[in-house]
Ligand binder design. Structure first.
Ligand code: ZN
Length: 281
């Protein structure tokens, strides 16, 4: 997960323009009235920060809904902002889950339930395959806990989780530890996001594989580590530096950043120091 800048415009202008295009026979004249509302819808979405507990929806006909979804599937030239947004973070960190190469667009508010917002940039977040794995999960009406929004949840730029595990076990169980106080108003949202987005991806598999590499083939994961193995303190300091470098490069909640943060814990660091020879290096 990663906080990213909200797109400059909402897309409402291009969208309104498209609704007036007589050559788009699937949408004209069905979306004419909708076209007059989109600017207001964008402002409402932004004021509510996309929060499903606050955003109004449902004021739309079945015919309009079908036309909007058709427009999303095959946007006309004047709506190239959709494709541009989809490719904008290719090769980088996924804002939703912290994995890599987000080349799909996740509708924060799902397009089937919130078709009015399906074409607005504020509701479209570049995401990796976590997009499909998240599916329709958005919020829990009982607790109001919701998925995090990378355009609006500024706290996503703080370190949010790490993993506790026993380094001495062959196949450790990685346990999520939240770095946000339970009393924080966003704690439930973070917990909901981790359960419904991150833990549905291959995050823990990634962590397990990285850990095996650190133990048995550290050269690829810990560059130059053998020069920093004189004392426990030196090695710990080295791991903290690696962790900080990764966070500076990828944001502090990418999968690799979370991994480095977790192995820089003193207990794990000391175990790696003590077992370096035993592991056959
Ligand atoms: Zn993702």
């Amino acid at each position: 997960m990663k906080r990213i800048d909200r797109p400059q415009g909402s897309g409402s202008e291009s969208l309104c323009h498209a609704t007036k295009n007589k050559r788009l026979t699937k949408t004209y004249p069905i979306l004419l009235k909708f076209g007059l509302r989109v600017e207001r819808l964008a402002r409402h979405y932004h004021a509510a920060q996309g929060d499903p507990n606050l955003v109004r929806s449902g004021n739309i006909s079945a015919e309009e809904e079908t036309a909007i979804l058709a427009l999303y599937k095959a946007p006309p030239q004047g709506m190239s902002y959709i494709e541009e947004l989809r490719n904008s973070l290719a090769g980088e960190i996924c804002p939703m889950c912290g994995g890599s190469n987000p080349t799909t667009l996740d509708h924060y508010l799902m397009k089937q339930k919130y078709p009015e917002y399906a074409l607005l940039t504020y509701n479209l977040v570049p995401a990796c395959s976590c997009n499909q794995k998240r599916g329709e999960r958005l919020y829990d009406a009982a607790t109001q806990a919701r998925i995090l929004h990378p355009y609006y949840d500024d706290f996503m730029s703080n370190p949010l989780i790490k993993l506790n595990f026993n380094p001495g076990i062959d196949v450790p169980i990685f346990q999520i530890v939240y770095l946000m106080p339970v009393a924080d108003p966003n704690f439930r949202n973070l917990e909901y996001h981790v359960q419904n987005v991150i833990l549905r991806t291959n995050f823990l598999t990634f962590i397990g594989k990285r850990w095996t590499k650190v133990k048995f083939a550290p050269d690829g994961v810990l560059p130059g580590h053998f020069r920093h193995r004189s004392t426990q303190d030196e090695f710990h300091h080295y791991l903290l530096e690696q962790s900080a470098a990764r966070s500076a490069d990828e944001g502090c909640n990418s999968w690799a950043s979370i991994f480095f943060r977790s192995i820089s814990e003193r207990e794990v660091s000391d175990w790696l120091f003590e077992n370096y020879e035993v592991l056959g290096h």
